[in-house]
Write a protein that binds this ligand. Structure first.
Ligand code: CP3
Length: 344
């Protein structure tokens, strides 16, 4: 078996014993790092996602600085939507779509495409990243879940109440279904391309799947997540499903065929582990805890490692992405605390 297969991260996802939990952080490449800001002085975010050499460089930055146990390819969940006909602009107020998707005409105007042709730069970037990371650090590929992508398409950007999406859900659910099915087809193809290009694991980000009643989650969100995860099984690439706000739905995730579930900080990790038997878990420190004192960061991280030891596997992570204002030294203290957990 290659050295990479013996990495803490891939062993953990296979449920094999490890001396300490592996750690990586959602949004680990980003604005809290001065070296990332330096790169951004000369390239826009959209171009950064589409330029393999630059995307490779920022993917490596947090690995060099903190020695994380996994790299995540630099891109955005909205990147694969542009060739469908929905190009987002990233301004200071977050992503914006000039023409939101609100009716059947808009939905039918979005077209699926072969990912190799529409976003070849993603496969190319993965090739470069794999070469640089070598046998030392596994690479995570990712995509947004169809539901989370649909929130951005329908609202035209981020949202507080999701009023357009919910109007569609409660008046024309078949339309929302049509959009989710179309996105599901595209995202499966996109993730299969990433697996072919050589990623060592994939994570599906479902940042906004948690805004629904469990009955609607089970009906609208879960079936297409299942189709994507089942459709990736034959690639052999381990699959992580991160659903923010999953606590009320854990019972629904029990029989989802994935190696690992990402858990946010609003649930007790011990309880989530009992609710997700047989699965590895990933999480679950509150990202805002990184504003706290070093003592508190260490204390909470140590407790999460202790709880995680009861799972078939525990990947240490935050419960959501790291924020731009976090001092990098605080992330450093977190990494050190997780490393120390193995020495106890
Ligand atoms: O994790 C990583 O380091 C890999 C890169 C990555 C980014 N976005 C880079 C990014 C990943 C995995 C994402 C996922 C993503 N993107 C999600 C799901 C996870 C989550 O955080 O909820 C979502 C919902 C998006 C959509 C998105 N992209 C938003 C809402 C924003 C604006 C808000 C913000 O943080 O700026 C982005 C922009 C974005 N994506 C940035 C980065 C580094 C900042 C862009 C910049 O450099 O100005």
């Amino acid at each position: 078996m290659s050295d990479l297969q013996q990495s803490l991260f891939l062993k953990t996802l296979r449920g094999e014993p490890v001396p300490r939990p592996p750690i990586w952080i959602m949004r680990q490449a980003g604005r809290y790092l001065p070296e990332y800001m330096k790169v951004r002085e000369s390239i826009s975010f959209n171009d950064l996602c589409r330029t393999p050499e630059a995307a490779c460089e920022v993917t490596l930055q947090p690995i060099r600085r903190f020695g994380f146990d996994a790299a995540i390819m630099f891109s955005d969940i909205l990147t694969p939507l542009a060739p469908m006909g929905a190009e987002f602009e990233f301004g200071n107020g977050g992503p914006k779509l000039s023409r939101p998707v609100r009716d059947e005409k808009d939905i039918r105007g979005l077209s699926t495409y072969p990912s190799r042709e529409g976003v070849p730069f993603v496969a190319e970037a993965i090739g470069l990243m794999k070469k640089e990371l070598g046998d030392r650090t596994p690479l995570i590929g990712f995509a947004g879940s169809p539901f989370t992508l649909a929130t951005y398409l329908i609202e035209g950007g981020g949202s507080k109440n999701y009023e357009h999406l919910k109007t569609m859900l409660y008046s024309r659910p078949e339309l929302l279904q049509e959009l989710l099915d179309k996105l599901g087809e595209q995202i499966l193809d996109y993730l299969r391309m990433q697996a072919d290009a050589g990623v060592d694991a994939i994570q599906l980000f479902d940042t906004w799947g948690g805004i629904l009643h469990p009955v609607d989650y089970a009906r609208m969100v879960l079936p297409v997540v299942r189709r994507i995860m089942d459709g990736l099984k034959d690639t052999g690439v381990p699959r992580i499903y991160f659903l923010k706000g999953s606590a009320p739905y854990n019972h629904l995730l029990r029989d989802l065929d994935v190696e690992c579930c990402g858990i946010d900080w609003t649930q007790d990790l011990s309880l989530a582990i009992t609710q997700l038997p047989g699965k590895a878990v990933q999480g679950n420190l509150d990202p805002l805890c990184l504003f706290g004192s070093e003592n508190e960061i260490r204390r909470r991280a140590t407790e999460i490692c202790r709880q995680g030891a009861a799972a078939p596997g525990h990947v240490f992570n935050l419960g959501h992405g790291i924020l731009p204002m976090i001092p990098p030294e605080n992330a450093e203290a977190l990494v050190d605390a997780v490393h120390a957990a193995g020495r106890r």
